[in-house]
Design a protein around this ligand. Structure first.
Ligand code: CTP
Ligand code: MG
Length: 228
């Protein structure tokens, strides 16, 4: 089956406190965003990829992948979910059908491996809903009050950390996101929109190092890791 990709890259990276949005910071000689796109552009089943960018983005035109014929741009929105929805609408204009698969992946998650990507594609190929890469909780988990006092220990065996890519059918994802946004529900990932619509996305266990670069120490950690 063929699939499409949407990369939300319209954030400003406030927690990174850098001189530019974090997706344009350097990692091993190239920008984080280029590393992120690489994993998809090297994949034979990719039909097309949409990058969601801030309207005043001045960095994108300098990247080599900006002229790749499979790469298209869409305008980002005020929240991540708005950016993703803009990307999905762009896909329909590119000829994607509502039954096609879409993978949504954070621009700030450059350490995705081909093996994890293939694992997601293979596991979900015949899935009626779709799903996401995720990692089982490792540490003992506590529920606390606002004072920092433990109220109870949470059953770790049913708790997962949600990563990306998240893979759903274009039509159902677009409708779920649009409905969730219109209802004012908090949608921090694609799965939560599908959950809100009553579906149960499948968790596909991935690598724990498929981290989102959020704070300066995350980028330091990845730089060290790529060196060794
Ligand atoms: N994103 C987006 N549009 C937004 C907000 C975020 O496309 N309005 C993207 C970011 O570019 C990032 C991904 O969504 O690739 C995950 O968001 P996050 O890690 O929160 O990035 P930022 O919003 O840029 O960072 P911060 O929250 O620290 O400002
Ligand atoms: Mg953010």
């Amino acid at each position: 089956p063929s699939y499409w990709v949407v990369i939300p890259a319209a954030g400003i990276g406030s927690r990174m406190r850098a001189d530019r949005p974090k997706q344009y910071l350097q990692l091993a000689g190239r920008t984080i965003l280029e590393h992120t796109l690489d994993c998809f552009l090297g994949h034979p089943q990719l039909m097309g990829l949409v990058v969601c960018l801030a309207s005043d983005d001045a960095y994108w035109p300098d990247l080599a992948c900006a002229i790749d014929p499979r790469v298209h741009r869409a305008d980002g929105g005020s929240e991540r979910a708005d950016s993703v929805l803009g990307g999905l609408r762009k896909l329909s204009g590119l000829g994607a059908s509502d039954n096609d698969w879409v993978l949504v992946h954070d621009a700030a998650r450059p350490n995705l491996t081909i093996a994890d990507l293939n694992q997601l594609l293979e596991t979900l190929a015949d899935d009626p809903v779709g799903g996401l890469l995720a990692v089982p909780a490792r540490d003992t988990l506590k529920r606390a009050d606002t004072d920092g006092r433990v109220q109870e220990t949470v059953d770790r065996s049913v708790i997962w950390q949600a990563f990306t890519p998240q893979m759903f059918r274009l039509g159902s994802l677009r409708e779920a996101l649009a409905d969730a946004l219109a209802s004012g529900v908090a949608v921090t990932d694609e799965a939560s929109a599908l959950e809100w619509a009553g579906y149960h996305p499948r968790l596909v266990e991935g690598r724990a190092d498929n981290l989102k670069i959020t704070r300066p120490e995350d980028l330091q950690w990845l730089k060290q890791r790529w060196k060794s």
